[in-house]
Design a binder for this molecule. Structure first.
Ligand SMILES: [Zn+2]
Length: 260
């Protein structure tokens, strides 16, 4: 068989263009913030770039350790030995994947950024591993009316929540009373930062990949203003071969909807 250069196979977007709704230029223009450069952050960044996103901001203050290496496609033994910053390594690697990518990275906590910084983005992807950071992003995005797609994994269980202000509920709407109490303490007016225990259960790469892929799938729908995005929680349990979606109503007592 004769292989011919040129034509459809020379266009890196040709397969994406087979979706009649897919708009290459629109996806390229979107500025996406990825908070968390761990296991989910690796997968989300990889899929964003492969889906055509070209303007990324990556935020994570952690450095790479060996135990990250079983589920982080962009990290190597050498990165762990040199204790490199996660955000820096992902930024470098996605630039190698696709030279058109414009990427900024920041090695600090999301809580340290002013709202004006988040405001520059069209979409925020949550790939963090703690409730405090998750709720901070959620509240900021809701106030700024920026879509927020939060991913979480716990063993073989995962969850994606799509927060589309002002239409949908937010992360805090579905929060249980224990979490609310802890957060109240954490941000109490004494100014003391209270640390609390969050058990670390390793997620495997397969659960991580599935959750990250759903996050980027939803990002594409929102970017194209399609109305078939998940409303608004996707729940997955790999050990029971089960997934489901749940429409979580706005909780009238949730502080993020007070001004609506
Ligand atoms: Zn809410």
């Amino acid at each position: 068989m004769h292989i011919r250069a040129g034509g459809i196979d020379e266009d890196k977007y040709s397969r994406l263009k087979l979706f009649e709704w897919y708009d290459v230029e629109r996806v390229k223009r979107q500025k996406v913030m990825v908070v968390g450069a761990g296991a989910l952050g690796n997968e989300v960044c990889k899929n964003l770039v492969l889906s055509g996103y070209r303007r990324l901001t990556i935020v994570d203050m952690d450095r790479i350790v060996k135990s990250n290496l079983n589920r982080c496609v962009f990290f190597s033994d050498e990165d762990a030995e040199r204790q490199r910053y996660k955000a820096e390594v992902i930024a470098e690697k996605i630039k190698e994947m696709e030279k058109e990518v414009e990427v900024e990275y920041y090695t600090k906590r999301i809580e340290e950024f002013p709202e004006d910084f988040i405001r520059k983005h069209d979409l925020v992807m949550g790939c963090v591993d703690n409730v405090a950071a998750r709720l901070h992003i959620n509240a900021s995005c809701y106030a700024l009316r920026i879509p927020y797609i939060d991913g979480a994994t716990h063993g073989q269980v995962g969850k994606v929540q799509v927060v589309m202000p002002p239409e949908t509920s937010c992360l805090e709407c579905g929060m249980n009373a224990t979490h609310a109490k802890i957060m109240q303490k954490r941000f109490s007016c004494t100014g003391k930062d209270i640390h609390y225990f969050e058990p670390k259960i390793a997620a495997d790469i397969n659960t991580t990949s599935i959750i990250a892929a759903i996050q980027v799938q939803e990002a594409l729908k929102i970017t194209h203003e399609r109305d078939n995005y998940i409303r608004n929680v996707f729940y997955f349990d790999g050990s029971r071969n089960f997934f489901s979606t749940l429409d979580l109503p706005i909780n009238p007592r949730c502080p993020n909807h007070a001004s609506l």
